[in-house]
Ligand binder design. Structure first.
Ligand SMILES: N[C@@H](CCC(=O)N[C@@H](CS)C(=O)NCC(=O)O)C(=O)O
Length: 220
């Protein structure tokens, strides 16, 4: 049986969504975040990094969302329903987003979260100085980078409303996590295609089924 090692309120939600779209049977082993939001130590018994998602099937263990999605497509999507036609422009756009979502889109969003947390965790006398310093770094370095990425996303969503081609593909599933994260931390006032994208993915029955099985999710 295909098993997803699922951390509550996490990126792992994307994997459940893909499995629901493809109607592949799977089981979930749940892990709850600790008080400091880390994964619990049991997850290190499944994979040495101890991060979620992890997929196990037939004695094989795969970590890293992009690799997991590729594995699912290769083993469980024989008709290629979630991938644009091989070698088409849409196919290469989908591959771009499959790598880009975690490789380039998430790091500045994560940095923004860390900068936010630093003053809160500092001794009280250092808080005002750290807050001012972090705000400066955020303004000079992080926000312009995030704006650059958000512009790329808004421009990449085609007339179809999807990231790679006329229909929902693995690119949309992979991009959903950065798009959800930026919606919370930055917002899409000036970005109607991204607002619409979020609404449409939240309305999909398979997305909702994944959410029901995965448990509460801060983003939907
Ligand atoms: N790039 C990895 C990131 C994995 C990752 O950091 N997962 C988070 C969940 S959103 C996690 O396990 N955090 C808990 C921890 O780092 O202890 C992927 O996409 O699988």
């Amino acid at each position: 049986m295909l098993t997803i090692h699922h951390l509550n309120n996490s990126r792992s939600q994307r994997v459940l969504w893909l499995l629901e779209e493809l109607e592949v049977p799977y089981e979930i082993i749940r892990y709850e975040r600790t008080r400091n939001l880390q994964a619990p130590p049991e997850l290190k018994k499944v994979h040495p990094l101890g991060k979620s998602p992890v997929l196990t099937e037939d004695g094989r263990t795969i970590a890293e969302t992009g690799a997991i999605l590729e594995y699912i497509l290769s083993r469980h999507d024989p008709d290629g329903r979630m991938t644009p036609p091989p070698e088409s422009d849409d196919y290469w756009a989908a591959r771009h987003f499959l790598h880009y979502a975690e490789g380039s889109a998430m790091p500045p969003l994560f940095l923004m979260l860390v900068l936010d947390m630093i003053p809160d965790r500092a001794p009280f006398f250092a808080k005002p100085i750290l807050k001012a310093a972090m705000e400066k770094v955020d303004e000079m370095l992080v926000r312009p980078q995030i704006a650059l990425h958000l512009d790329h996303w808004e421009a990449s969503i085609g007339a179809s409303g999807w990231f790679a081609g006329p229909e929902l593909s693995v690119a949309d599933i992979m991009m959903s996590f950065p798009v959800e994260t930026a919606a919370k931390r930055v917002g899409y006032e000036q970005r109607p295609k991204l607002r619409d994208f979020l609404q449409r993915i939240h309305d999909r029955p398979a997305y909702r089924r994944g959410l029901k099985r995965g448990g509460p999710y801060a983003y939907a």
